[in-house]
Design a protein around this ligand. Structure first.
Ligand code: UTP
Length: 291
């Protein structure tokens, strides 16, 4: 059976929407309640049956490596008494984590190209470091939904979500052609269309990429925002490859934006038994009781 076993998670972007905190802390380490975003993303990959992860970091992002380091004497000591630390160790047994540096944030396409050696000859999953998918109790969600499509028909798959047309200028937007079961074959894709978007179906941080993507990335020129865009490489790929778009299960939050981050935090907190008892909502919004 065709199975996706590798995931690439780029977190080397500038994180300007979260300045000033991202001056010293990587955006992907910001906690949703008490767990950094990157940990949820790895859990999502594990749930999809993925065994190896490559995290693409910027030159000043040793904090990400340190977070997953469980070898120091202090952390060893903590792990005797704290389940939370044991859990990180367990996660690392389920998925092997490696890192590569993207020296300069030249765009998502450039970041993905840094995964060439890691991918070797394999197709792989891509999870963006600032799109969080809340499982809400589902066992298959986010990238897991796309892996299931790939298992039946190994091709390119893009996770999409409908957005208001007036918001399309913020996203990579696909042009759906034909519907095939729960997917759309696409015949166009454009990054941040300023007007006349081809649809309102936006790429939202989950992809299955075939190994051929590296050939197209090599031919991709600098695009919108002066960056090398993955969307432009996918547009080149469309000449020869079948690319499908599909919604996925789970609730997606853009945790790279402040509003999305707050929403995700509330959703996760409300779902947790240890916290939800202390939370009440009324017509004036959310209140916390913490005594
Ligand atoms: P974004 O463009 O949404 O995030 O990249 P950003 O650049 O970090 O944040 P802002 O817009 O300045 O606030 C989407 C994902 O791709 C990664 C980012 O870290 C994020 O996870 N990325 C982006 C890279 O790894 N390298 C890049 O050159 C660009």
């Amino acid at each position: 059976m065709n199975k996706i076993k590798k995931v690439v998670i780029p977190v080397a972007g500038k994180g300007t929407r979260f300045l000033p905190i991202t001056k010293t802390i990587s955006k992907t380490l910001l906690p949703i309640v008490d767990t950094p975003v990157i940990q949820y993303l790895l859990e999502e990959a594990v749930q999809a049956g993925i065994k190896e992860a490559l995290i693409i970091i910027g030159y000043s992002q040793n904090d990400v490596i340190n977070y997953f380091n469980t070898e120091s004497t202090y952390v060893q000591k903590l792990s005797k008494d704290y389940e939370e630390i044991k859990y990180i160790k367990k996660l690392k047994q389920q998925i092997r984590i490696s890192y590569v540096f993207q020296e300069e944030a030249k765009g998502l396409g450039d970041a993905v190209y840094h995964a060439k050696a890691f991918a070797d000859k394999d197709d792989f999953a891509l999870i963006l470091g600032d799109d969080f998918v809340f499982s809400n109790g589902l066992s298959t969600y986010g990238i897991g939904s796309l892996c299931k499509f790939y298992e039946k028909n190994p091709n390119y798959y893009l996770g999409v979500q409908e957005v208001p047309y007036e918001m399309a200028y913020k996203y990579g937007i696909v042009k759906p052609e034909t519907q095939i079961s729960n997917c759309f074959k696409i015949d166009g894709i454009v990054e941040k269309p300023q007007n006349n978007p081809p649809s309102n179906m936006a790429c939202v941080g989950r992809y299955i990429l075939k190994n051929s993507i590296f050939n197209y990335l090599e031919k991709t020129k600098v695009g919108v925002g002066g960056e090398i865009q993955l969307t432009d490489a996918l547009a080149l790929a469309l000449d020869k490859e079948d690319i499908y778009a599909s919604e996925f299960d789970g609730i997606r939050y853009d945790v790279g934006s402040k509003a999305g981050y707050v929403e995700a935090t509330i959703a996760v907190a409300m779902s947790r038994n240890d916290l939800s008892e202390n939370m009440i909502t009324d017509c004036n919004g959310l209140r916390l009781r913490y005594w």
